[in-house]
Design a protein around this ligand. Structure first.
Ligand code: PLP
Length: 446
């Protein structure tokens, strides 16, 4: 008897390659239909999407307003080359200016997150006339060479060396970093920021174009510094005249319960911001760099040495407009905040009952659980940059059996459902997580 799921997988495997894995180890789900926070595989099984696909499908699947906008723009015209002025382009620029953080005012449109980061770094270097960009270990900014080097995640290692002008510092990680040992998170943040300032001084402030940070840390483990850290970052940028690039590719568009992750720290004034993912909720590929009026003005008289065939793509711009209007008109940023509280409470309850939970981190619908073998020693359930351990495989397997689709990376389980999620769907996901954590409890050593 033919198995439609297996057939689809085999055809995909035969003629296409997939990312971040040896091809043999690729063990994909399938999707043939999707609606809201659910999708159905080729065997008819329903999955709860607990990761908004790649933490980008903020509106869930099949949002009618976005589908309609895509259809209408496709019928009008799909493409105009990047030097042509179009209504979707102008309108999206206006909308982004309305919702932007701080003094950000003018947008350059890209095709995704990595090239948004690339272009933000290019603009910072062209504007400042300086070379270096400072970033943190345990961050991710994309997989093109510049963005990859900027990232401090081990996904970069196999393709090194990358570009020569990135310098990394050790960023916040209050649960594990030695910089926080015997210190409160605030004291640790202070030490981290002091070391960042030392790095600036050792590298020569006059050579540093920008500091690049995720507005709210994402796939590297939601390792977020607090107010103390961000106040000092802003101070350091001001003191040495260094630009601040905030990467909101993952944390933007409501994920953390604010329009942008950095909005949790209203005293921070980014000079440039990279965005993508939630900008179009993944419906079509798109990214953007926003800059202050001052930086945009510089490029009135200086060439912007940057370009992409698909910059300001009309279909993508029309999609982004519909997404932003949906977030705004349907109160989805507030929903992310409210449902984030429900999710957080549920995760904390699970943490109380399951000894394998070391820490729950995050805000809004942007949470991660860190699993440990032993709460006292904090020994991770699976090692940093190691193949998934047997206990974490058991977690992943249990989630899959029950139909919860999310990322299990090292000793972390990500919890990031779409912003349209409701309370009963959160409880549904928590019940499945409960089972998976029970599987990991069996491996707790004390
Ligand atoms: C913070 C951040 N920046 C940049 C990127 C790269 O985006 P893309 O995969 O669209 O190139 C990602 C992707 O996960 C991300 O999380």
């Amino acid at each position: 008897m033919s198995d439609p799921q297996q057939e689809l997988i085999e055809r995909s495997r035969a003629t296409t390659l997939t990312s971040w894995t040896s091809q043999k180890a690729w063990d994909p789900l399938t999707m043939v239909r999707a609606e809201g926070v659910y999708f159905w595989d080729a065997n008819g099984k329903r999955w709860l999407d607990w990761s908004s696909q790649l933490i980008n499908l903020n509106l869930g699947h099949g949002h009618p307003r976005v589908v309609k906008a895509i259809q209408e723009q496709a019928a009008r015209f799909c493409y105009a080359y990047p030097k042509i002025a179009t209504e979707p382009r102008a309108r999206l620029g206006e909308l982004l200016r309305e919702i932007a953080s701080g003094d950000l005012a003018v947008s350059f449109f890209t095709t995704g997150g990595a090239d948004a980061v690339e272009n933000a770094m290019k603009m910072a270097r062209l504007y400042s006339g300086r070379q270096k960009v400072i970033t943190r270990y345990r961050s991710y900014h994309g997989a093109t060479f510049g963005a990859m080097t900027a990232g401090g995640d081990p996904r970069r290692l196999a393709n090194e060396p990358g570009v020569p002008w990135i310098v990394r510092f050790h960023g916040p990680y209050s649960y594990r970093s030695p910089l926080y040992r015997d210190r409160s998170p605030e004291e640790g943040d202070q030490v981290v920021a002091d070391l960042l300032e030392q790095t600036v001084l050792y590298e020569g402030p006059e050579n540093i174009a920008a500091i690049l940070l995720e507005g709210y840390s994402g796939s590297s483990g939601i390792l977020q510094g607090g107010e103390t850290f961000w106040r000092r970052v802003q101070e350091i940028c001001d003191r040495y005249d260094i630009l601040l690039i905030v990467d909101e590719v993952m944390s933007g568009f409501g994920r953390t319960g604010e329009w942008f992750g950095i909005d949790h720290y209203p005293f921070v004034k980014p000079d440039l911001m990279a965005m993508a993912k939630g900008l179009t909720s993944g419906y079509v590929p798109m990214g953007a760099v926003m800059v202050t009026q001052q930086i945009a003005d510089h490029f009135q008289d200086h060439t912007l040495w940057a370009g992409l065939t698909y910059s300001s793509h009309p279909l993508a711009c029309a999609t982004a407009i519909a997404c932003i209007e949906a977030y705004r008109d349907e109160g989805l940023i507030d929903n992310a905040r409210d449902m984030g509280k429900v999710l957080r409470k549920g995760l904390m309850d699970l943490a109380e009952r399951h000894p394998c939970v070391g820490e729950v981190r995050g805000t809004g619908l942007h949470q991660v659980i860190e699993l440990v073998k032993d709460r006292a020693s904090r020994e991770p359930m699976s090692g940093f940059n190691q193949p998934l351990s047997e206990p974490m495989q058991a977690v992943a397997r249990t989630l899959r059996e029950q139909g919860l689709s999310t990322f299990v990376r090292w000793n972390w389980v990500f919890c990031a459902p779409p912003l349209v999620v409701d309370e009963s769907q959160i409880q549904e996901g928590l019940r499945m997580l409960d089972q998976a954590l029970a599987a990991a409890d069996a491996y707790v050593e004390s």
